[in-house]
Write a protein that binds this ligand. Structure first.
Ligand code: ADP
Ligand code: MG
Length: 766
């Protein structure tokens, strides 16, 4: 609080100081104002004095008739007046400045010294009033000056008058001077008198001279003035003259123009008249010309009228024609439409007819197609899945010469399924599915087989057997020679080309295996250990499929691959066996081709197996009393061949049980013989006379296999045919065994004991 008090006191002191300063300033300003007002008063007084002086001067001038000086004075006065006015303005400006300063110096309105300030302001306003008064006085003075200037103008006028008077006075004075000179001259002639007079005159003349001098100087001045005025006058006159001259010129020009105007007017009038005349003339001319033309036109019109009269009939005929044409045109679309309609109707009718006939034809065609399909199906059913072909090889050098090598086989010219064999002076006929004569080429044989091969691609299992005695051409048919390949190579080639044709949708892989069954032992011809006996096992997946573990499979893609595979197999067989021919005739050779397909679009998988089997020779070795290994071989061969016969028979007669397990061969081919599988038995026979006995056996086997397919009725017929066979084979020891129920059947199936015994006779008995 003390500190704030001290602070406040300090502020108070500061304010008091400020106040003192302000008061000082105010007093200074007052002093300034006083001095200024004093100055102004002084100035006003001096101005008044000056005015007085001027008035005096004017009065003096008036008294002295000094008109010319008065002008100068007036000018001087006017200048003075101006200066005074400017001074006054400056004073006013200063006053304003002072007031402004005063306003600026009152920033602290809340100041406690406001009252003092107000007092000062009052003083100021008083001063201002005073200044106003002085200004009013000034205005008054101004007015006075004005009045004086007015008076000055009057004085000037009067001066002019006085000038004129002076001129008169001058003249008078000059006259008086001349008179006085004359009198002086006359007085000179009277010296005494004159001397006195002179003296008096001299006394007078000095005064006069002084006056004269003054008057002369003034005269001179006035003369100068007059000269100036004269000059001005002259100039004015000159101006007047020049203006008069120009006026005269202008008048002359005006006159000229007026004259010209008049002339032009006259010309115009003349031209107008001329034009009027010309117009009249032209009108007249045009009128006359038009009259002439009118006449010509009238003449033309008359001609046209006559023409018209002649044309009217032609026009009438034309309009008639036109109308008729129009009618025709009007009728034309109707006619056209009608024609079109009828044509359309005809066309549509024709189309309809064609359509109906087409439909009829299509219907008929479909019906025929169905019929054909049905017939085909029937045919396929009739043909069965097991087909039997016969092939007779030509007589070769090995057959030798003489009656033994004579041909014992003849063919039917009309039926390619019938074959006649001359055996012991009797001709026996056999009917198979097809019989190939000796001249039939490998190509022809394959053509009959290829349908089976292609069905393999569709996923069917196929078996092709070559059956027959040794040397009857089994190997030739299956393998062929290098120059003339057999079914094996041709089948593979056909598979390759078919697979290539289907490559757009299907992926196929073709694999090849080669095996041999010798003495009921299965061996891999392409494996590393050919001596190893392979086992046939049931697939562990429960599908019932069989497979041979360790059997080598080669993937083949071209003919070169097949050749390599075959070569390899042959080499194996050659190195393993000392007597190839003999060995090959004692064993079954199998070529197993597996075709696996995948339809890329549906993902469907198919697997087809093509088994090409070159069977062992079917000749009856036991007959010649073979012993040891030969006998064992023969027994094995007979067993497997008879087992094959049994299986095929069981399949054909659609028996419940098929004895696949009776031999390795049938067991291995089980899945390729059953179900939808297709089988071809190619029975090879030799036509030579010496082989007729074996040929007869082979053909009997073939016919027996084939005849089963026609069901119970044909079986009956077949069964009925057996005695004749027995009769034919009457010399064989087995024939002595009478057929009966007591005989044990080799197969546990429903085979009749009679047929079983016959079969045994065929294959096993000597
Ligand atoms: P298999 O294999 O049945 O013992 P092969 O095929 O070895 O009989 O044939 C014996 C002989 O007969 C061979 O020299 C063979 O060339 C010849 N041969 C077999 N069939 C024909 C035939 N259709 N045309 C020409 N020669 C054949
Ligand atoms: Mg052979």
């Amino acid at each position: 609080v003390m500190a704030s008090m001290a602070h406040l006191q300090k502020e108070k002191l500061q304010l008091q100081e400020d106040l003192l300063e302000l008061q000082e300033k105010l007093t200074a300003q007052e002093n300034d104002k006083l001095s200024l007002s004093l100055q102004l008063q002084g100035q006003v007084e001096t101005l008044k004095e000056k005015l007085l002086e001027q008035a005096q001067e004017i009065s003096r001038l008036r008294s002295e008739l000094g008109g010319t000086d008065a002008e100068k004075h007036r000018d001087l006065l006017a200048a003075e007046n101006e200066r005074l006015r400017q001074d006054m303005k400056a004073c006013e400006g200063e006053l304003r400045e002072l007031r402004r300063q005063q306003q600026q110096q009152a920033p602290c309105r809340d100041c406690p010294h406001l009252r003092e300030n107000a007092g000062l302001q009052e003083q100021l306003s008083q001063l201002q009033r005073e200044a106003e008064e002085t200004r009013a006085k000034l205005v008054e003075l101004d007015l006075e000056v004005q009045q004086k200037t007015n008076r000055l103008a009057e004085v000037e006028l009067r001066l002019k008058d006085s000038l004129a008077e002076r001129a008169e006075e001058e003249e008078r004075l000059s006259r008086r001077l001349r008179d006085s000179q004359e009198t002086i001259a006359s007085l000179k002639s009277q010296p005494q008198q004159i001397k006195y007079i002179i003296k008096t005159v001299e006394v007078e003349s000095t005064k006069a001279k002084q006056a004269l001098c003054e008057t002369q100087s003034r005269n001179q001045y006035l003369q100068e003035q007059v000269g100036m005025q004269k000059q001005v006058l002259k100039e004015m006159e000159q101006q007047l003259q020049s203006s008069q001259k120009t006026e005269a010129q202008l008048r002359a020009q005006i006159m000229m123009y007026e004259a010209e105007l008049e002339r032009a007017h006259g010309q115009m009038l003349e031209e107008m008249q001329a034009m009027e005349e010309e117009k009249n003339r032209a009108i007249e001319e045009a009128f006359s010309r038009a009259q002439v033309e009118m006449k010509a036109v009238h003449e033309n019109l008359a001609g046209v009228r006559t023409n018209l009269l002649t044309l009217q009939p032609a026009l009438r005929t034309l309009t008639h024609d036109y109308n008729s044409l129009k009618r025709q045109v009007r009728d034309f679309p109707l006619l056209l439409q009608e024609t079109l309609r009828s044509a359309r109707a005809e066309i549509s009718q024709a189309i309809e007819e064609v359509h109906s006939t087409n439909r009829e034809l299509l219907r008929k065609y479909r019906r025929e197609l169905q019929l054909r399909k049905k017939c085909h199906n029937e045919l396929v059913r009739l043909k069965g899945n097991i087909r039997v072909f016969g092939r007779v090889r030509p007589i070769t050098k090995e057959d030798g010469e003489g009656p033994e090598a004579a041909n014992a086989v003849t063919f039917d010219a009309d039926d390619d399924a019938v074959l006649h064999l001359l055996h012991k002076g009797k001709q026996v006929s056999f009917e198979l599915d097809k019989v190939f004569p000796p001249q039939a080429s490998q190509e022809e044989v394959f053509q009959e087989v290829q349908a089976l091969v292609t069905s393999c691609i569709d996923g069917y299992n196929v078996c092709i057997f070559a059956y027959g005695q040794t040397g009857a051409g089994k190997t030739y048919t299956m393998e062929g020679t290098a120059a003339n390949p057999g079914i094996n190579q041709r089948a593979l080639q056909l598979l390759f080309s078919e697979v290539r044709g289907k490559a757009a949708d299907w992926d196929y892989t073709i694999t090849v295996s080669a095996a041999e069954i010798y003495n009921e032992a299965l061996r891999d011809l392409l494996g590393k250990e050919p001596q190893e006996k392979l086992e046939i096992k049931l697939c562990p997946d429960g599908s019932g499929q069989l497979y041979v573990p360790g059997l080598t499979e080669f993937r083949v893609q071209s003919v070169e691959d097949i050749n390599k595979v075959f070569e390899f197999g042959h080499v194996k067989r050659v190195t393993e066996c000392t007597n190839l021919n003999e060995h090959s005739s004692r064993s079954h050779a199998l070529l197993i081709i597996t075709v696996r397909g995948l339809d890329r679009s549906t993902g469907l998988r198919t697997t087809g197996k093509l088994n090409l089997v070159d069977l062992a020779g079917s000749e009856r070795v036991g007959r010649s009393g073979a012993e040891g290994s030969r006998l064992r071989e023969a027994q094995h061969i007979n067993k497997s061949l008879s087992a094959l016969g049994d299986v095929i028979y069981a399949l054909r007669s659609r028996q419940g049980h098929v004895p696949f397990r009776n031999s390795k061969l049938t067991y291995l081919l089980q899945d390729s013989l059953s179900g939808d599988s297709k089988t071809l038995m190619m029975v090879q026979v030799s036509p030579a006379e010496k082989n007729t006995s074996e040929t007869l056996c082979s053909l009997k086997f073939a016919e027996r296999v084939r005849s089963v397919e026609l069901g119970p009725v044909s079986r009956k017929a077949e069964l009925g045919s057996w005695p004749s066979q027995e009769h034919l084979e009457g010399d064989s020891p087995g024939s002595a065994v009478p057929p009966g129920r007591g005989h044990a059947s080799p197969s546990p199936g429903q085979l009749s004991s009679r047929s079983a015994s016959i079969r045994r006779k065929l294959h096993t008995s000597g």
